[in-house]
Design a protein around this ligand. Structure first.
Ligand code: DGY
Length: 377
């Protein structure tokens, strides 16, 4: 018996799939069971180390659903391959924890879970934006501490966003959803930096500008900046939505923080190492009106020394995708990736992942990041 004592579902299934954390909902289990899989789920909340995952996979493991907290490098992927593994899916849209090149060399398809996190993650970025700018957490602590002695003209003053400028770095799916929420909800102008223009987003904001103009209101504008610096200088709030790779590690460092307005807001719901967290602590100490909302941390789950003591920083534990619909949807997609590959199905090419979220799913693997490299498309 495995010392980790995993929960076993469908013990008679002919394909063995290891799941390194319990996932929400039941649909994902149905997908794997219908594909003839025996499911083994590691119990508990402890982040598993590589040795434990190798033990869990044992001598025979056809597929794995793993977590963004695990380093799926050549060692771990090699162990999966040695156990006969043919499929891996991250339970995440981001896959910076997976050595995709190594997986491709080992001919292991790597799945991820796009399309169900977009609005949910953007909503949390908006929540952090306003919590930081309107000092919600500080004010909550003040109330609970019994310090409120009556309304005062200067109590907890923050920043108004209506009509100001929102900056987005990385205007892909989630960055664009955040931009729309801020522009349409608060009539903000937008400036963004991305390697590629987001024409659909620019058109949406132009249409909204036309609509406002017809109402006799000022237009909103959208400008694609040539540099990250331009966004940092211009914006009243900057939200980060880039992927993490060597080019974006410490994208926001001490020098770039100095370019931001002293009372700007910085929000990060993408990946922690995009910000140099020590430099951020120093900057927040020097600029008490500068405010920050963080969902992710450079050395998760740890925080840089001093971060937790800062009143001008709102911190939450990597929960941007934590709505029931999204987390259950991610489970369905991860399961359908593994089940689809193990059944020899093609990669889904019809756009959108909603058909995978309930009931019988299409005969396809919804999202395989190395599909091209493996000739699966
Ligand atoms: C992801 O899926 O990459 C998110 O970070 C999970 O919240």
């Amino acid at each position: 018996m495995n010392p980790l004592n995993p929960t076993i579902l469908n013990p008679e299934g002919s394909l063995r799939v290891v799941v390194t954390k319990e996932l929400p909902g039941d649909h994902w289990k149905q997908i794997l069971i219908q594909a003839g899989c025996r499911i083994e789920i590691a119990p508990g909340t402890k982040i598993l180390d590589q040795a434990t995952i190798i033990d869990l996979m044992g001598e025979r493991c056809d597929g794995v659903i793993g977590q963004l907290t695990e380093a799926w490098d050549a060692t771990l992927l090699g162990a999966l391959k040695a156990a006969g593994g043919r499929a891996y899916s991250n339970y995440a849209v981001g896959f910076n924890n997976v050595d995709v090149d190594a997986a491709t060399r080992l001919a292991i398809p790597v799945g991820n879970t796009p399309g169900v996190l977009t609005e949910t993650t953007a909503e949390l970025a908006v929540a952090l934006t306003f919590s930081a700018s309107r000092r919600v957490v500080e004010a909550d602590r003040y109330m609970r501490g019994g310090q409120f002695t009556g309304w005062l003209p200067t109590l907890f003053m923050g920043q108004l966003f209506h009509g100001k400028t929102v900056g987005v770095i990385g205007a892909g799916r989630i960055g664009a959803a955040y931009a729309r929420m801020m522009v349409e909800g608060h009539k903000m102008n937008m400036v963004y930096y991305d390697l590629y223009p987001n024409e659909a987003l620019e058109a949406t904001i132009a249409d909204y500008g036309d609509f406002l103009e017809k109402q006799g209101e000022p237009r909103v504008t959208c400008h694609r900046a040539a540099t990250v610096e331009e966004v940092l200088e211009a914006a009243d709030v900057v939200s980060l939505h880039t992927v993490l790779d060597p080019s974006t590690t410490h994208l926001i460092n001490g020098d770039r923080l100095k370019l931001m307005k002293p009372n700007a807001i910085l929000v990060n719901s993408s990946r922690g190492p995009i910000i140099d967290e020590q430099a951020l602590v120093a900057h927040c100490r020097q600029h008490p009106d500068f405010r920050v909302g963080l969902d992710v941390f450079e050395k998760e789950p740890e925080m840089a020394p001093g971060l937790a003591e800062l009143d001008n920083v709102v911190i939450v534990p990597h929960i941007a995708s934590a709505t029931v619909w999204t987390r259950e949807g991610m489970a369905s997609l991860a399961a359908a990736n593994v089940a689809g590959v193990l059944q020899g199905y093609p990669v889904w090419d019809q756009g959108g992942v909603l058909p995978f979220l309930e009931g019988a799913t299409p005969e396809a693997a919804p999202s395989i990041v190395n599909a091209e490299a493996l000739g699966l498309r």
